[in-house]
Structure formats: structure tokens, C-alpha cells
Design a protein around this ligand. Structure first.
Ligand SMILES: *Cc1c(COP(=O)(O)O)cnc(C)c1O
Length: 463
């Protein structure tokens, strides 16, 4: 007889085995046949299948089609690799199946989220009285923060956007780093501003906002409700806006300052990179990810807001209600996010922070940055390569000559199976984009990846 114990034990063993093997598996699936997968899994059956048979069928067919993002040599996007404790905690979260709606729906989920939120603020150097929400990711966090901003800047001129919407509302200006992440634009679309509202501010050679241009833009435009969107960690170069100055300038113009720090905000959790986020605590809202640099499984992001009433006014069911309402009922997670019912995301984050501790989080950030510098050093030493960004964090941008030569090397690397790097276009050039954000990556992985890149540069390269 098939027991529940068997099902969950064999699933756990499968997960552990996969995570063990993934370090040496091809980083991107080889000879993937999508049609075969669709045929194997695609027929909706009339009869129920046993639980164990169902899991075996799914895992056997899909494992060869997975990308080794949890392995040590995946350097695409800024993915991170999901720590063991955080992953196991997420498995428990699924098994416990708690709706993290409010303390009545699940006291355990609400309390752990409250604790983890406090820890995050401390580690990132954000104000302890800031409100927070556990989101699906950076997109969700940026959207919520900008919704709070929308509420706040319009309330200040006497407009209730939650009640009356944007039709007929005073015009809101949005001034943003020209190299902002596209999720800012999508958030502005979803919030009814549209993307044409954006007044882009020029960037420096490394992709940080130009302060004189920020000042000029704010001073010359029509005055009124204003949101300024800054960036901690340029998505290509890793550059940081100068928060100390930019926030002072923006506040002098009465603007709400939002900081998108999907991965860069984590620089604040490590003593040797903390200077990069200096002054960031004076912003009005912040977005960051758990599933990137903190190495929590998808989907995990965080939004923080220095004005809890505006945050709750934008997100809670009843616009005007007090934070922590229900006298002594405790914080309701759903007052700070877009979902009402959702998975208890706090468990995985709590587990990641408990497993690492303050020192472990700092060490993770430090190690990734130092491995990024190692990449830059070793790649720069090869004839025909050029590292084009100032490597201030965990991002390295590399050219291999002209755009087509660079494309060729990236394509070869992506098919090599040894490692995986993405491509980007930055400041008019096609570049390899290397992001070091996985807790499992070591110096040996960098050496091995650089050797693979050097081989891919050879004209007689054979896949
Ligand atoms: C990844 C990223 C986002 C979006 O985050 P998701 O978690 O993918 O939604 C936003 N901003 C920056 C700078 C990012 O790197």
C-alpha cells in the first residue's frame, strides 16, 4: 500500500538528489525536445493516478528540462540559488498550506512574517518603524511601493485616489533613472499613470543617476505631486545612485522617493559594501527581492514603506484604516500586499536568515562581490576581452570585440553546459552579463567558467 509517508519521503529524497547532482549537470538542458515533453505530460486523463505515480511521472519527464539555477555556475539574470534551509522551509510551507492573510487565518504565518520583516529591516539598514509586505518579487514590491507613493502625494494635495481614481486627479510627475528596471514602467502602467508620465534622468558612464540632471529636471518641470524613482544596483552594471544627495534633492522638491533595490539593497547587509547604500534609509519606500541575492526560493520579494498609513491606505481592504487594526489582533500580512489569500512566504525567509545569521548574510554578499571581481580580473587578462563596467557589486559586463563576436561567444557558452551567462545591450553595445548571486559558487567555479569562455573564444571551437 502506498502511504503518505512514502510519498513525502521519496519526494524529499528526490529533491535532495537533484540538488546534489545539479552541481555537475549541464547548466542548460542539452538536446531538449519540447514536443516529447508535451506528449509525455500533455494528455488530460479520465482516471485518477496514484499520488506517487503522479509525482514520479512529473519529475522523470521534467528533470531533464530544468535549468541548473540552483547549481554553482548559473550566472544568468540575478537568480540566486535557494539555500537548503529556505528550500526545505518552503516545502513545509506548502505542506502546512497556511493562508497568510491575517492572524486569524494563520497565527503562525502572521507571527513569523512579522519577525522576518523586522530582521530584514535591520539587515538592510532601513528604519525600524517602516511597514513591510512580503510580495511575489521585485515587480510586486515596486508596484505596491508606487501605489503607496500615489496615495501619499495625491493625499497631500487633497485628492483621495483610492476613492476617486486618477480621472480628473492633479497630474503626478514621475522622475526616474533613465536606466531603471522595466518593472517600474509596468507598475506605472498598472497604476494608471502610463509610461509617458516618466521623465527620465540621464545616467553616468556606470549607470548611476546624474545628480545635476536630477536637480535640473525637478526644478524645470511643472511643480506638483512628484515621485522620484532611484536605483540600488543598476540591472546591468550594478551601479548605485548617490542616495545621500539624490534623496535630499528630491525631498527639497517635495517628492516621494522610491528605491528599487531588487538585488542592490543587499549591499547594506555587508560591512564592506554598506557605503554603496549610504543614505538610502531616508527614502520613502524600498523594494527588494528574497529570491535573488538572499537565495530564497521563488516567489519572494519585499516592499518597505516609511509611511505605514500610506502603505496600508493603498493596499488594505478598507482604505483609511489604522495599521495593526483590530486592537491587539496583530499585524495582518494582507494589509500590505496585493493578494488576500497567498502562501505563507515568511517561513522561507525566516529560515534563510536563521540559517545564515547576520554574518552569513554579509558573507554571502561579500563572497559574490569578490567572485565578480575575480571574473573581471581573469577575463580582462585574456586577449580580446574587455570588462566594460566598473565592478562595484556582483555584476560584470564583458565584450569580446564587436557585437556579433560577443553574441557568438555568449551563444557558445550558453550551449556549453559548463556555465550559463546572459546577454544584454548596454550603452549601445552587445555584452555578456555575468551575475554572481548564488551561495554555492566558489573560486573553482569561476576558474572553470573563465576557461570555458576562453575556449568559446577560439575560432575552431566545437560544441
Ligand atoms: C529583478 C529586478 C526587478 C524585478 O524583480 P522580480 O523579482 O523579477 O519581479 C526589479 N528591479 C531590479 C533592479 C531587478 O534586478
Amino acid at each position: 500500500m502506498e502511504t503518505r509517508e512514502d510519498l513525502f519521503a521519496s519526494t524529499a529524497a528526490r529533491a535532495a538528489g537533484y540538488r546534489e547532482r545539479v552541481a555537475e549537470a549541464p547548466v542548460f538542458p542539452r538536446d531538449l525536445d519540447a514536443r516529447e515533453i508535451r506528449t509525455a505530460l500533455g494528455a488530460l486523463q479520465d482516471e485518477p493516478a496514484g499520488a506517487k505515480a503522479t509525482l514520479d511521472e512529473l519529475a522523470t519527464v521534467i528533470e531533464p528540462a530544468l535549468v541548473a539555477t540552483t547549481g554553482p555556475r548559473y550566472f544568468g539574470f540575478v537568480t540566486g540559488g535557494a539555500l537548503d534551509a529556505a528550500t526545505a522551509a518552503d516545502m513545509l510551507a506548502a505542506a502546512w498550506d497556511q493562508p497568510a492573510f491575517n492572524p486569524i487565518a494563520s497565527p503562525g504565518a502572521a507571527i513569523v512574517e512579522e519577525i522576518a520583516g523586522g530582521w530584514l529591516k535591520e539587515l538592510l539598514g532601513l528604519p525600524p518603524e517602516a511597514s513591510f509586505g512580503f510580495t511575489t518579487g521585485g515587480q510586486g514590491a515596486n508596484t505596491i511601493a508606487l501605489a503607496a507613493a500615489r496615495h501619499d502625494v495625491l493625499a497631500r494635495v487633497g485628492w483621495d485616489v483610492e476613492r476617486d481614481g486618477l480621472a480628473g486627479a492633479p497630474r503626478v510627475r514621475v522622475v526616474a533613472n533613465a536606466e531603471r528596471h522595466v518593472t517600474i514602467d509596468r507598475a506605472l502602467r498598472l497604476l494608471g499613470f502610463g509610461t509617458s508620465v516618466i521623465e527620465p534622468v540621464a545616467t553616468s558612464t556606470n549607470g548611476a543617476i546624474q545628480l545635476d540632471d536630477l536637480e535640473r529636471t525637478l526644478a524645470t518641470g511643472p511643480h506638483g505631486p512628484t515621485i522620484v524613482a532611484l536605483q540600488a544596483g543598476n540591472v546591468n552594471s550594478g551601479a548605485f545612485d548617490d542616495f545621500e544627495v539624490a534623496i535630499s534633492v528630491a525631498h527639497a522638491h517635495g517628492a516621494w522617493v522610491h528605491v528599487d533595490g531588487a538585488f542592490g539593497l543587499w549591499a547594506g547587509a555587508n560591512p564592506s559594501t554598506r557605503h554603496l547604500t549610504e543614505g538610502v534609509e531616508r527614502a520613502d519606500s524600498w523594494a527588494t527581492d528574497g529570491h535573488k541575492w538572499l537565495n530564497v526560493p521563488y516567489d519572494s520579494g519585499y516592499v518597505f514603506c516609511a509611511h505605514p498609513e500610506s502603505h496600508a491606505a493603498a493596499m488594505s481592504f478598507t482604505a483609511a484604516y489604522l495599521v495593526g487594526q483590530g486592537e491587539g489582533a496583530g499585524r495582518a500580512p494582507s494589509d500590505f500586499v496585493m493578494e488576500s489569500s497567498r502562501r505563507a512566504r515568511g517561513f522561507a525567509t525566516w529560515a534563510a536568515l536563521r540559517e545564515l545569521g547576520r554574518r552569513g548574510v554579509a558573507g554571502l554578499v561579500e563572497r559574490c562581490c569578490s567572485l565578480a571581481r575575480l571574473f573581471a580580473e581573469e577575463l580582462s587578462a585574456i586577449d580580446g576581452t574587455e570588462v566594460v563596467n566598473d565592478v562595484v557589486l556582483n555584476q560584470v559586463l564583458v565584450s569580446f570585440g564587436d557585437d556579433s563576436e560577443t553574441e557568438r561567444v555568449i551563444d557558445r557558452i550558453q550551449r556549453s553546459g559548463v556555465c550559463w551567462m546572459g546577454a544584454t545591450t548596454w550603452h549601445g553595445r552587445r555584452l555578456m552579463r555575468i551575475s554572481v548571486s548564488n551561495w554555492r559558487t566558489t573560486e573553482a567555479d569561476v576558474h572553470r567558467s573563465v576557461a570555458a569562455i576562453e575556449a568559446a573564444m577560439q575560432r575552431d571551437w566545437l560544441a
